[in-house]
Design a protein. Sequence first.
Lengths: 353, 428
Amino acid sequence: MKADPTKTRELAQLKHERQLLVCRFSPCGQFVFAGSIDNRVLRWDLEAEKPVALEGHESWVAAMGFAEDRLATADLWGSLRVWQYADGKPLWTVENAHDGWVRGLSVSPDGKMVVTCGTDKMVRAWSMADGKAAGEFAAHEDDVFSVAFHADGESFVSGDQLGVVHQWEMGSERPVRTFDASALFTDPYDDDSARVGGVRRMAFSRDGTRLACGGMTNAESATFAKAKALVMELDWEDGTKRRDLAPKFDGTIKGLDYLEDGTLVAAAEGAVNANAGQLWFWPPDGTEPLHALPKVKNVRDLAVHPDGLRLALACFEPRGRIGNGRRAGEYLSHAGSVRVYEMAEPPNTDEKK
Amino acid sequence: MSGCGTMTHRISRRRLLGAFAGGMAGVQMAGLGGLLQPVVAEQVRRRRRQVLLVWIDGGMSQFESWNPKPKTEHGGPFRAIPTSVEGVHFSELLEHTARQAHHLTVIRSMETKDENHSSGVPRIQRGDPPNRGVPYPYLGSAISHFLHEPKNLLPPYINIKPGRGGFMSKDAGFLGPAYGCLYIGDGKLPKYAERPEGLTDDVEAARRELRQRANRRFARRRTKGPMDAHTQTYDMAAQLMAHAHLFDESKVSPKDQERYGRHQLGRHLLQARRLLEAGVTFVKVTSYHWDTHADHFNMQRQLMPQFDRPFAAIVEDLHQRGMLEHTLVICMSEFGRTPKINNKLGRDHWPESWSVALAGCGLKPGTMVGDTDELGLEIATESYDVGHLYYTLFTALGLDPKSTYEHKGQTLPAIDPDFHNTIRGALA
């Protein structure tokens, strides 16, 4: 069955008591995983509601990726961990994969390598089998926010705070190419005291011909990070920009991927209200979305199921008031959820008589 | 008139005044001369009390600075690091300042009332005074009033800030424009601060004499205050022109520029050190953009290093110069930031439990006063409001905290009598 974004509907809401930052479906399709600000990795069986927690991280779990039966997760104290995802058994840990935060990771298509990026301006490669260091890639001049492997398994890209995207190959000492995504960066006060934006998410199309970079543009201030959500889509072959997908939305693209048919799906966290996240689907050509879901919860990440029909969004869930100071009553941390959607009509259960 | 030759005097009175609107009442201006010579420095050190206020506008998060709570519900993603005081930890974002913690007195038990910027900023900078129907002076103006010596001929209250400069007389409240604040925009002298080429000392002196003669005649049958303020504006301008070297960054050693950092707050704190060395009574340095309701943790990674390095440098430098003995250093905002992380991964305003960092004159160094509970929600010890803080600051400076002002027949307490208690453990 082919996904039909215009039929997108919510299937399930998988709740957690703390906010979530990242989510991914397992390769087998049975589980969805999320990384939380309570330092835990959560695993939900899609047929059950209660998650299993994988403990071990000591800071916010901000990145994850899969290779066959293994899950790689990384946190904001710089550690990279790999687990056997079906039973949660920890396999290996690199405590100081980066000097600072690990902001993103990507696993190679053959499952043998994982590349990580972080606030130390570095990109590093590690063996998925045992965590041995396999390469170091230095060229960025600011925090590196995201990495993504190309389907060819040879190339990967890294995107930073300033909107610089470098292409690397394993063993390369210098970037093979560099792309300009600087529209995703703003210095709102024009004095370098606050850098807003960055290449927050990247994704390759399934056929490897396009690279999408998502974030925000034209930030007005650092206070509310009020900016316009933006996806820049680049042509992989010649490096030129194919199109800007600018949905006129105050917020930041926090989740990005392609469907099998080239549809680009993106989700944003809104700049103002808790309920002002949004989800869009763009056809392979053109700049108008073929479908949008307004007023989803504020989104922190997006993942496409291996079946190509389902999506997971890591969402913010408010608990109690949002705002200054304290009022009478309990003071509860806000929560999170993974909301699972299906891009298809519900099955017809009526029996023809 | 002799001395006013054919030269076109390019700096008109109005243009120079443009940077000093408001004027001041009479304080003689002749200046101390450049950086202090050692003998003079020793004399100054013995006599003078000075204040450095580092104003973090918008609300510095206590979690990401003075009172970290890592691996707790609201603690955020950063680590805590040990400081130079055994058993005391700061956020990892204060890597340099942590090494100067033995000079600091950090009040971790501030509990104040105002969660708004527009009312909270003037409220705390005025010491949250009692409501007596008059606008109280900001701390800089108050300290100028109580501490400034007439023989000190530099402006008593200077604020180094981003953006434009000027003269802010309203900081002085009921004290009047004599105690207003000279704003130095981006650490630079105002435009037209240099004497035009070709204008000789003799001509300048003659112009000044002519102006003063005209002013005396004008003032004969008029109220003294405004005239004095007007005169003061010119005198301040002349003083600044005579001390232009204090604002010349080329005179700063590259080593100091590296230590403080070449970014805006680094340059401004280094500028502040130079003004304190020259004898300015009250120097305020303002830093903006701290009101991080969204993307807070990414922004802390950028903002805190901009503060950490130069703040640590100036504390170290003041200590090494023997100036911490007579200089009170204050680092504060209008409030802290919420424990609860909001829908945009930000922190909102939080006056309920937050921190102020102090150092120097009259304080007990290497001291953390009070604490919050393990989640950072509530003060777990005795809590202190703005009035207590000001009572303590006055005491540290050797001022009588029960001092009063006399204003139009009204006796006004400098500090709200409801808060006439020092912060326990803060004073030496």
